[in-house]
Design a protein around this ligand. Sequence first.
Ligand code: BES
Ligand code: MN
Ligand code: MN
Length: 483
Amino acid sequence: MLSPAARNRNKPMATPKGSASSTGPTGFAKKSLLDYVASQRSGFEKTLRELVETPSVSADPQHQTDVAEVVSRAADLMQRMGGEARVIDTGGHPMLHGRFEQNPEYPTVTVYNHLDVQPAEIADGWHTEPFRFIAQGDRYWGRGTTDDKGPALTALWGAKYALAHGARVNINFLWEAEEEIGSPNFEATIKREKDRLATDSVVVSDTVWVSRSRPACPAGLRGLQGFRFTLETGETDQHSGTSGGAARNPVAELCQLIAECFDAKTGEVKIPGFYDAVVEPTPAEIRDLKKSGFSTATFKKDHQFKSLRVTDPVEVMKRIWCMPTFEVHGIAGGYHGPGVKTVVPPRATAIVSCRLVPDMDGRTIAKLVKQFVKERNPDVKVQAEHALPPYQGQTEGPHPDAIRAAMKFAFGKDPVFVREGGSIGAVVSMEKVLKVPVFFLGLSLPEHGYHAPNENYDWQQAEGGMIAFADYFRRVAEMATGD
Ligand code: BES
Ligand code: MN
Ligand code: MN
């Protein structure tokens, strides 16, 4: 029987290279995989260097050609590894579809990663050049090493092994380059390309474990609703001695407005209706949190925090994974230079966002925020930006079981299923448009420093990750044939 992806695919069928009943691998030998990964290390590092040293900062128009460059390098890489590669125009930064097709009768699994990265400046506290790939023992430093170029290549190397060792599965790669700006063109593009992107399931490698000691898989992701608040009360800087007292101060008014939106000490959001749709974690989820291996002390150390709003570990986990937030990313306006400059500034901007959890809706939250601001300070303009819905994933069924088994095979321990606090816009879009379930096989660690200076990845995670992916692909193949 044809898999759903094969049925949808609008192309002539290739001649089957083997029938579904021919014997395939019933299990990869760990030793053979370990030998394979060891032999691949220098090639993997060379390729990761090439990608990391292409500064694909999607948010910065000055890096537009670098983003295109990283996608075209990745396309060359797919072809060198024996796949087909197609660069897809999205209207924004391009997207890459790589295909390793063996037989239309086999199931197709699509791996999602992103090749764009967050901005980085050495002045942010980097110990090395952010866009130089520095290998130090088993650790790799550089922007994008862990989010998400390292995991992307890890999955590709895992696929290479599975394909070369008889796994009866077609493996596709969907590598986006606008994830870090909220995937603004992703959904429209995959809608347009729906037939060619047809697949039976998706696996995403863009999430973080709770700690190195135990693999973790997300059972859900938070969504995001971003905002920009702006207030203009004049045209130019004015002397505060001649006008201060009567002049309005836009920086201070934004501070006051933000303080009305939420209590910065406790984090509690004061906007009426904000928490209405929140689905509280179930007692079973709380039990999983308690078993997850989370420690407040390690969390503080990994993220270099001096103190937190709360210290109880369950309370910290609930707050970072299961509860919505109101966050201020930056306030700009007024004077920041040396010495004193006693002006009344004419305008100020604040970038804020809310993380959303199931069943919150970004549009409803945007409405509530706009209404609240209008009541409190009608001169403040609110622009709602990047809206990413929250995601509730599956933790039961053959695919999550395959992920569990593959993680255990590779890393020696069963993974914990906990929710994730971050957001990946593409996840809900893929589920909706491609009409297939989305699973997660994340490899990053808290100490890898997502979005932070000194971002890094390491060989242990790459090595285990290649083994886990290879094993997962094999299991997906066997799931379909009932071996
Ligand atoms: N890989 C992250 C998402 C993530 C973060 C998953 C933390 C698990 C834990 C992704 O690259 C990311 O950073 N997403 C952004 C999206 C935003 C910039 C639109 C996010 O969550 O802030
Ligand atoms: Mn990411
Ligand atoms: Mn990111």
